[in-house]
Design a protein around this ligand. Structure first.
Ligand SMILES: *Cc1c(COP(=O)(O)O)cnc(C)c1O
Length: 242
């Protein structure tokens, strides 16, 4: 681990947490008979100071995940240019054009309506946007994502859009404190991912966050999206009273 004298305590903490996360991913890979380089670590940046995001980049984390269009647009100039940014949050169709030329993938596509807008804006820019379809694997009412039942139809429809390239699936499972429950959900997602290969060849399975990434890796995740375990607890400033 680097312990550069010019780093502040928060930056040093990021380096230490990163070392732990990488060791945990490597251990989960060993358990599953996978090589550690088959899993990409994405740093989820919401509420995080660009200084700390760049610390992670300097330690080799070159994949960033953004949730909010406005926050991303206000911070992106400060990021290391070599970082690749993917959008992972709920995306309103009217905001697609603000990010289409600034991200390398949109992971959170859960409707044909959104996919069609991405296709349209991508064609305008002369690009093809890689996307993932977001699956609501836990069947929660409140969550975004398409149900496993609706996935084959959405996949077929999306495959007709030339401005997008379908690369795989993404999911945010319901919180499950028990490892056995985490395993059960990720197992379901892994089975769905394998089943979908007959409809479309996909190579990306984005699942696993701070509390459950080891379980996700044991079940075939190719990207884990990690925020608080890397950067510390998120701080949301209290809203000022008017
Ligand atoms: C915030 C967020 C994460 C990271 O959450 P942590 O629990 O802090 O690791 C991952 N994926 C999505 C879609 C998120 O919004």
């Amino acid at each position: 681990m680097r312990n550069d004298a010019t780093m502040n305590e928060q930056q040093k903490a990021v380096c230490e947490r990163l070392e732990t996360i990488r060791a945990n991913i490597a251990a989960a890979c060993r358990q599953a008979g996978r090589t550690p380089d088959s899993v990409s670590l994405m740093a989820v940046t919401k509420t995080v100071d660009p200084l700390l995001i760049n610390t992670a980049c300097d330690e080799g984390v070159l994949l960033l995940g953004e949730n909010r269009v406005q926050e991303f647009l206000s911070k992106r100039e400060a990021y290391r240019p070599e970082a690749s940014v993917q959008f992972i949050g709920h995306l309103q169709t009217n905001k697609v054009k603000q990010i289409i030329d600034k991200v390398s993938m949109i992971q959170s596509v859960d409707s044909l309506h959104l996919a069609a807008e991405i296709h349209k804006q991508a064609e305008k820019c002369g690009i093809v946007m890689p996307i993932l379809l977001e699956v609501n694997i836990g069947g929660e009412e409140s969550k975004s994502g398409v149900s496993p039942d609706e996935l084959p139809q959405l996949t077929e429809d999306v495959l007709k859009l030339t401005g997008v390239k379908l690369c795989g699936l993404m999911t945010i499972p319901p919180p499950a404190p028990e490892v056995s429950a985490q395993d059960a959900v990720f197992e379901k997602m892994q089975a769905l991912f394998e089943k979908m290969q007959s409809v479309c060849r996909m190579d990306t399975l984005s699942m696993g966050m701070s509390g459950d990434y080891e379980s996700a890796v044991r079940h075939g995740a190719t990207v884990v999206r990690i925020g608080s375990a890397l950067f510390g607890a998120r701080y949301y400033p209290p809203k000022k009273e008017q």
